[in-house]
Each structure stands twice: as structure tokens, then as C-alpha cells.
Ligand binder design. Structure first.
Ligand SMILES: NC(=O)c1ccc[n+]([C@@H]2O[C@H](COP(=O)([O-])OP(=O)(O)OC[C@H]3O[C@@H](n4cnc5c(N)ncnc54)[C@H](O)[C@@H]3O)[C@@H](O)[C@H]2O)c1
Length: 415
């Protein structure tokens, strides 16, 4: 594909058409070739990922794109040799980039996802895969049509606890699981809401491409608070469901090999800090699955005592995974996974503790970019976890139990 046709491609995808008919073929990498990487969106999470990619052997970070000048300067300090760009399309035009890491806000994920594939790049896209179910459908279809390697930033899919849970399930020592309890809890000092970020003095219309950030949302004038705190507002975010439930629900789906939920309900509200946020801080979700399983997930932002965890309740045993601390980001907190037999069905069964090691999620992606194998969190896992999240949020907004079919038929996300 020549440069002009490629530009046309990117332009088409950028205006939101998913009418991608063919994908440019990328450079074929040998087992020892250096993988050249670009990054889109290098804020809080993007800077974590930047550090991670610098540590993966035989990779080279060559460019980054971000709409905020401060983030470009910060990235340049962390990796002085890279090109910094204010428009991600310029990054995708660079033919010498093999693979792209996307860590932009949720409401722009789909655009960056589709355009990266259309430009022939392999992709690491942060969770949640998309802001809506319609976008998830589009991204899944595009990924299936292309031959690109896609890893979603669901790093717990590479975790040792998931390997342990799957092994115990496969050994048959858990029996029939009909119910899963899961929870996640955090707290903050009085008067300071979870996630709220200060607006730096240089976060101004002159230093931020506000229009590119909006990505088609109605423009009511530059608003540094919304730009920095996009997580708090439905038009950019799915709240704690897409920030954190997504990790745990993906883990549960993988452990039990579940497909999409058949129905969802969700209650809660903005109870912890009434600071103008739209997304709830107190949440109870119920997801029903066609395989006769019900999963609940509860979360609060004003008590952190129980950290987070999942309990898979089986007829022959229980799997309990807990993390005392509340940090799902770095995976550095103390974590434990244990198995307890149900004496009624396994009288001589013994309690077990899991010891499998975490694998490096970023290195797994790079390995697959070379081998063309499927990474640990492929697009299907991104899709399933995203749809489950959006079903829950839609049920909350509608204040009713929502089936998968209802949710798929809704044209507007979070209306
Ligand atoms: N996997 C994890 O554990 C984990 C942890 C934290 C965040 N995340 C995810 O990472 C993503 C980013 O979160 P964050 O906390 O870093 O947000 P952030 O606001 O700190 O960073 C987002 C960056 O994207 C930039 N940006 C905005 N619009 C852009 C555009 N059109 N083109 C290019 N850049 C643009 C912003 O300037 C900012 O630098 C979210 O999807 C979030 O859910 C994942």
C-alpha cells in the first residue's frame, strides 16, 4: 500500500467509518529482529507502560503522540531519543513503527484501535477495550479481519493466580460452580474523592488539543477539570465498572471459561463524595450467565478494609483470591490464592495455596508480535469483558434488568 492510500485509510477510519476492507501488511519480523514501538496517550498509565516497554529486550520506543504538551515533555524526559508528536495520525503514518501501545482515555480507545490496525500496526490497547458495545463489535470485527496481534491491557490475564485457578478447575477439584462473589474497595481522606486530579497550571486551551480529546463529544468550551478528570463523566468513561470491574470480570470469565452474560442488573449511586462526578462510587452488580452461573461484584470508595477479591463457590471446593491492598495497577500488592475442599463431596480433600508466577504482560505481547501467536489477553477477552461492563452500566442507567439482547439493541451508550 503506498503512502497516499495509507493516508486515505487512516483518514477514513479517523472519521469513524469501520469500512476497512483490507489491511496493509506489515514488516515481517524475524525471531531476533528489534520491534519498533510507538505510543498513543502517555498520561498516568501510559507512563507506566512506557517504563515497561523500555525494559523489554530488543524493542525500541521510537515515537509517542499526545494532545497535551506536558505529557510530550514528560515522555521526552523518560526516553530522550523518541520523536514526540501532537497528532497520533502522524505516528501511524511512520512506516518504521511495527506496533503501537494505546493508553488514551476510554472514549477514544475505539478510534485509536481501528486506526492502528488500519495502518498495519500490531496493538496493545489499554482496558476497557471500548467505551460502548457498538464500538466493541466494530473493534472485534476489525481485529478478526486483520492479521494483527492484539493484546488488551488486562494484565491479570498473565497473572499467576489465574493460572492456579484454571489448573484447579481443570483438575475437577472445584466441582460445579454456580456462584461467584467478587468485590473491590478503596478509601480516600474526607473531602477528597477517589481519582480526583488537580489541574496543572499549564493545562490550558493553548497546550491541549481539546477538540481531539473530545473525539466528537459536544464542545462546551475548554474544561481542564474534565480533561484531567475524564473518569468521572459518562461521556468519556464507564466509571469504576470500566476502570476496575473489567479486570476482575475478565479474570472470572477466564477462570470459569464463561461466555457473555445473558443479563445484568446494577444498583448504587454517588454516595461517598458528592463532588460533581456522574459515575457511581458505590456499586452492586449482578451478572447472569447462560451456563447457570451468577456473578456479583461490589465496590465502594469509602472503605478499603477488604481490599479486593473473588470467591468461586463450587460443589466440591472454593477458590478464594484476595489482594489486601487496593492497587490493581502495578500488581505489586500482596496477593493470595487458596483452595478449600467441600468436605461433603471431597472428604479427604486438602486445602491448597497457589504459587504460580506472574508472566510479564508487555513482554508476552512483544513475543507474540515476533511469533504471531495469540497473546494472553487477545481481542476476544477484551470484547467479552467490555460487553459485560457496558451491560452493567446500561442496567444502572436504565434502572432495570437488562438482557444481552436489550443491551446490544441500544444505539446510544449510557443514554
Ligand atoms: N491496566 C491497568 O491497570 C490500567 C491502570 C490505569 C489506567 N488504565 C487505563 O489507561 C487508560 C488511560 O488512563 P490514564 O489514567 O493514563 O489517563 P490519563 O488522563 O492520565 O492519560 C491519558 C492521556 O491521553 C492523552 N490524550 C487524550 N486524548 C488524546 C488523543 N486524542 N490522542 C492522543 N492522546 C490523547 C491525554 O493527554 C493523557 O496524556 C484508560 O483507559 C485507563 O482505564 C489501565
Amino acid at each position: 500500500m503506498n503512502r497516499d492510500t495509507r493516508r486515505e485509510f487512516i483518514k477514513k477510519a479517523a472519521i469513524g467509518t469501520a469500512a476497512v476492507l483490507a489491511y496493509p501488511s506489515a514488516r515481517v519480523l524475524g525471531a531476533n529482529d528489534r520491534v519498533r514501538v510507538g505510543m498513543i496517550g502517555v498520561g498516568g498509565r501510559g507512563q507506566d507502560l512506557l517504563r515497561q516497554i523500555l525494559e523489554v529486550p530488543n524493542t525500541q520506543l521510537v515515537a509517542m503522540a499526545d494532545v497535551y504538551s506536558r505529557r510530550r515533555e514528560e515522555a521526552k524526559k523518560m526516553a530522550p531519543q523518541i520523536e514526540t508528536l501532537d497528532d497520533y495520525r502522524k505516528l501511524l503514518e511512520r512506516k518504521d513503527i511495527d506496533a503501537v501501545i494505546v493508553a488514551s482515555p476510554l472514549h477514544i480507545h475505539a478510534r485509536h484501535f481501528l486506526d492502528s490496525l488500519a495502518a498495519g500496526k500490531d496493538l496493545y490497547s489499554e482496558k476497557t477495550m471500548t467505551w460502548s458495545i457498538a464500538e466493541a463489535d466494530e473493534c472485534l470485527a476489525a481485529a478478526k479481519k486483520s492479521d494483527r496481534v492484539v493484546q488488551i491491557g488486562l494484565q491479570h490475564e498473565s497473572g499467576g493466580t489465574l493460572a492456579d485457578a484454571k489448573a484447579w478447575m481443570e483438575q475437577g477439584i472445584v466441582g460445579k460452580v454456580t456462584q461467584v462473589e467478587s468485590w473491590m474497595s478503596r478509601n480516600t481522606p474526607h473531602g477528597k474523592g477517589q481519582w480526583v486530579r488537580e489541574v496543572p497550571s499549564d493545562c490550558t486551551a493553548a497546550n491541549v488539543n481539546w477538540n481531539a480529546f473530545l473525539n466528537g463529544r459536544p464542545d462546551t468550551g475548554f474544561d481542564g477539570y474534565r480533561f484531567m478528570n475524564w473518569r468521572l463523566f459518562w461521556e468519556f468513561s464507564g466509571g469504576n465498572i470500566t476502570e476496575n470491574m473489567v479486570h476482575q470480570i475478565s479474570w472470572i470469565l477466564s477462570a470459569l471459561d464463561l461466555d457473555l452474560p445473558s443479563a445484568a442488573t446494577m444498583s448504587g449511586g454517588v454516595f461517598s463524595e458528592k463532588d460533581g462526578r456522574e459515575v457511581p462510587d458505590t456499586i452492586v452488580v449482578t451478572l447472569e450467565f447462560p451456563q447457570d452461573v451468577v456473578v456479583t461484584w461490589q465496590s465502594t470508595f469509602s472503605n478499603s478494609h477488604y481490599g479486593l477479591g473473588e470467591r468461586l463457590l463450587g460443589s466440591d471446593g472454593t477458590i478464594e483470591h484476595t489482594e489486601g491492598a487496593t492497587d490493581m495497577v502495578h500488581g505489586e500488592s500482596q496477593e493470595e490464592i487458596r483452595y478449600f475442599p467441600e468436605k461433603v463431596n471431597r472428604p479427604s480433600g486438602e486445602a491448597l495455596t497457589g504459587h504460580s508466577r506472574d508472566r510479564n504482560h508487555m513482554a508476552n505481547w512483544i513475543d507474540c508480535v515476533r511469533s504471531r501467536k495469540q497473546p494472553n489477553a487477545p481481542v476476544e477477552k477484551g470484547y467479552r469483558s467490555a460487553v459485560a461492563c457496558h451491560m452493567a452500566n446500561l442496567a444502572y442507567r436504565r434502572k432495570e434488568r437488562l438482557t444481552l439482547e436489550d443491551a446490544k439493541n441500544m444505539k446510544v451508550a449510557y443514554s
